[in-house]
Structures are given as structure tokens and as C-alpha cells.
Ligand binder design. Sequence first.
Ligand SMILES: [Zn+2]
Length: 260
Amino acid sequence: MNSRDLVELSGPASAAALTSESILVLPTGALEHHGPHLPLATDWLMADLISRGVVEAAAAEGQDVWLLPGLAYTKSDEHHWAPGTMWLNAETLLATVVDIGRSITATPAKTLVFYNGHGGNIALLQVALRELRRRFGLRTFLMGAGIVAGDGINGPDERGFGIHGGHAETSMIMHLRPDLVDLSKAERWIPDHMADLKYIKFNGGPVHFGWLSNDFGPAGVIGDATEANAAFGAQLYADAITNGVATLKEIAGFRHLPPS
Ligand SMILES: [Zn+2]
């Protein structure tokens, strides 16, 4: 199979390879503190490696999909206090993705998909989807590996909080890059005192609140990685590839208007 890295082609070859139906996938990760047990590049590794797996599997079944170089430096201001976190402020990141979108309009492609590995990017990328749609007419989408909190069945009950350095994320990195994980340093870091609140929820409830990762304690982790394991990570990875390929297929057929 030929490379699906768009920038490995020459300019003319890229213009010839792309069509109005081509899908460009742009990984967005983060370089940020993930506790003592995970590397700074955790979210970047997930975005980069899983998106590559998804694009290659989709291309192998004939989808017109291409990978762009990703953004490792993104919006990690919730971890600004921790050594090693490298972050862009919201205005910088929004301006960057808008500039990338503008550049895409010089190609035949009309569809841009962010493959995101960092929850802190989601709100901003949702804003970017509309900016890029309104300014440049691109079809824009946001997808990711879908890291969810441990439910007490597949790993410990993280009470909805396992979103940063927890069971799923740590298991995924143990699958992708086991050399970078030190599970002996993992603990259970769950803010139990707010788990039963009715309205103010940490993630996805009716009332949101502003937070920094050290608001919940000095570890800067939100989750329980103590039972993380590579086998669960491999299962998550396989699911991410399967779901990612199916998602791209749906994106390929997506139109805002019904067919005439
Ligand atoms: Zn992360």
C-alpha cells in the first residue's frame, strides 16, 4: 500500500491524489503532565498512533482518506502548573487550526477530521468546526479514541472521573508504548467528594465548572490506573480502529442536505 501521509507526496502529486471526496485526518494530542506513571506525550501518542492505525485500516478497505501531520502542542492550560506541560492558549490554537483550514482550501479536499487524543481540546475544536465551516465551507468533524472512565466491570469504578491518567488511558499506553509506563507509581486519584452531586458534574452534566488539574490534589491525575494492563489497552486499541474506520465511512457519506 502506498503511503497515506499526505506530506510525503509532492505538491502536484498531492493535488492529483486528492479529490473533493478526500478526507484529511489531523491528529491533535497534548504534551502535558499525566502523573508520575505516564509520559508527557501520552495524549499525543494516542492521537498520533491510533489515528495512523485508523487511516491505514480505512485506506486498506478503499476509503479516500489521508493523514496530515498532527498538532502535539495544544490547549493544556489545566495542567499549566506542572513541569513539562507545553501548551498553547485558546486563541493561539484556534488561530492555528483556522490557518490550517484555510490552507486546505488550496487543495481539492473539502473534508477535515480532527482525531483528538486530549479532552481539553474538545470545546475549542467544536468552536473550530463551525469557524472552518463558515469561513471556508469545509465539512468538519471531531472524533477520537473514546477513552471512558472505568465502570467497575472493565477495571476499577472510577465514578465517571477516569479521564486523565486513569485506567483506560494508562492501559492504552501500556499497549502502545509499554516502555514509557511505570505502574508502580500509580495510585487511585478520584475526587469522591463530588461524585454524588446532582447538577454539578465533572464531565457532561447539566452544570459545568472551571477547574485546573491540581484543584483535585497535587498528583494532577483524575482516575485510577492501579489495575491498568496492556491486554485491556489492546482491546481498546482494536475497538478504536474498528470504530474509527466505521466513523470515517459514515463521514465520507455525510451531507448536510438530503440527497436531491
Ligand atoms: Zn491524557
